[in-house]
Design a protein around this ligand. Structure first.
Ligand SMILES: [Mg+2]
Length: 265
């Protein structure tokens, strides 16, 4: 089962609500959770400050994707025997560097280290950026070059695009953050909006390959669409939304398969 199929199944179950965007919107608040697992998202040899920082920064990238401002976070941490007190303290120091109040959480032990963050953000009611508003003819943008993190073996700390997200309120018709690779994330945005897309120009980071820019993942840039051309520092126009089979993407006229990272594949 793929992540898309599982989410699609969940969305159809009675008792679920609002699943499928970067955050769940409740009145003027948005909520996201993000999990980091030893051996999947980081290694024992990584600096604990970097693991703590990345845990929260990934959640903040989802807050940025909604155009929201982070207000507080809660963290659950399961600690294995190899992680001593000093490791745990350095982990929290790294997380707190981002300046978002940590207001609680849970502690447990486990055979591998797992950390799960919940972040709450705030945005004017009814104004949050969503994935499902892209329309045929919209311009597609990304907030920066892609593939740098895949090129650097995923050791680059995410830089959540919070300021840009806020600027896109009222301008972007759809927005999400790029966590699993452009090909898969644009596919998800197109499915949510019921549209297809044509990619024309991919901004590949220096030293990265086109493959890494399309499918590498962990770019933590914003992917967004707009009815009118946008002129904002650093953003790159990469294509056009079109009518067609929901989720279908073409690059230079040829079909592009969504080949980014899927935990369930
Ligand atoms: Mg996201």
């Amino acid at each position: 089962m793929t992540e898309i199929k599982l989410i699609d199944w969940l969305q159809r179950q009675p008792g679920t609500k609002g699943i499928g965007d970067d955050c769940f919107i409740y009145s003027d608040l948005v909520f996201t959770t993000d999990m980091m697992v030893e051996g999947v998202h980081f290694e024992q040899t990584d600096a604990p400050e970097a693991v703590g920082y990345k845990t929260l920064a990934r959640g903040l990238s989802d807050i940025a994707a909604m155009g929201a401002t982070p207000r507080f976070c809660l963290l659950s941490l399961a600690v294995p025997a190899w992680a001593n007190d000093a490791w745990v303290k350095r982990f929290y120091k790294g997380l707190l560097k981002l300046g978002v109040p940590l207001t609680g959480g849970d502690l447990s032990h486990a055979s591998q280290l797992v950390c799960d963050i919940m972040v709450c953000g705030q945005v004017a009611q009814g104004k949050a950026l969503r994935r499902d508003g892209a329309m045929p003819g919209d311009h597609i943008y990304v907030s920066g070059e892609l593939g740098a993190n895949a090129r650097d073996h995923f050791k680059r700390p995410p830089e959540p695009r919070l300021a840009l997200g806020r600027k896109l309120i009222g301008k972007a018709t759809a927005c999400m953050d790029l966590s699993d690779g452009l090909s898969l994330d644009l596919h998800r945005l197109c499915i949510a909006s019921g549209v297809a897309a044509d990619l024309e120009a991919i901004p590949v980071a220096k030293g990265a390959t086109l493959d890494q820019a399309l499918h590498g993942g962990e770019d933590y840039e914003l992917l967004f669409t707009s009815k009118t051309p946008l002129r904002l520092a650093g953003i790159k126009r990469i294509g056009t939304i079109r009518k067609g089979k929901s989720g279908a993407i073409r690059l230079d006229g040829k079909p592009l398969k969504p080949a980014g990272y899927d935990h369930f594949r």
